[in-house]
Design a protein. Structure first.
Ligand code: 1PW
Length: 207
């Protein structure tokens, strides 16, 4: 892995895409396309690279859900339309529906947000494992079945050091905090928009 000077790190790329999404959701009548959302989420490719060594099942699950949203984006314009179609078809809460996959990806985005906040609040090389465990327990653990919780605990324990992760993401120690903060700032209105969207359809967000 090279960390060339001047190359953009993965977290910076993600943060910029979420700034674009934030601008969309902050507009007066937000029309968030499935494509803009799934493209932005797919930029977590560096993160998926790291999950590949620590817990491949997590990577495969997210990649599967994002591929489903990317496929939906070819025939459906906005996220709201996508949910409406699932409601009409009577499959909105069914396993594997676009809407359910969207909710699970949103929960992943929330976990990453808390992870970034924890990393900003701590220092040191053990901080990644601690921060990821805290973020997982707070955000995803309550939504997961027992066997997944156990597998995640194992995966979290085998996460590499923060400095190796920065190298894998192509991020520099000196600037990572700027990019973590950008993602926190940009993802906040995006997550709030998605929560509001689910609640406006009376779907709830705790499933
Ligand atoms: C784009 C965001 C990437 C976030 C990476 C954070 C990694 C945290 C580890 C999550 C582990 C997921 C393992 C899969 C569990 C599935 O059972 C679960 N999926 C999710 C994304 O929570 C529920 O999906 P399912 O099986 O009910 O469709």
């Amino acid at each position: 892995y090279s960390n060339e000077i001047g190359k953009r790190g993965n977290m910076e790329t993600v943060a910029d895409a979420f700034k674009g999404l934030a601008a969309t959701v902050n507009s007066r009548k937000p029309q968030v396309t499935v494509k803009q959302f799934s493209d932005a989420c797919s930029l977590f490719s560096g993160l998926f690279g790291i999950l590949d060594t620590s817990f491949k099942f997590a990577k495969m699950d997210y990649v599967g859900k994002l591929n489903d949203l990317a496929a939906a984006s070819r025939s459906i314009s906005t996220l709201e339309e996508m949910i409406d179609k699932d409601i009409e078809a009577g499959c909105v809460k069914k396993y594997g529906s676009h809407t359910r996959n969207l909710l699970k990806v949103k929960q992943g985005l929330e976990m990453i947000k808390v992870l970034c906040e924890e990393l900003l609040a701590t220092e040191g090389d053990d901080s990644l494992k601690d921060a990821a465990t805290k973020a997982y327990n707070q955000v995803l653990f309550p939504h997961h079945q027992y066997n997944i919780q156990k597998a995640c605990a194992t995966g979290l324990n085998s996460l590499p050091s923060k400095s190796l992760v920065l190298l894998l993401l192509g991020e520099a120690e000196e600037t990572i905090n700027v990019h973590l903060q950008s993602y926190v700032t940009a993802s906040t209105p995006v997550i709030a928009y998605l929560d509001k969207l689910f609640l406006s359809k009376n779907l709830g967000i705790d499933w």
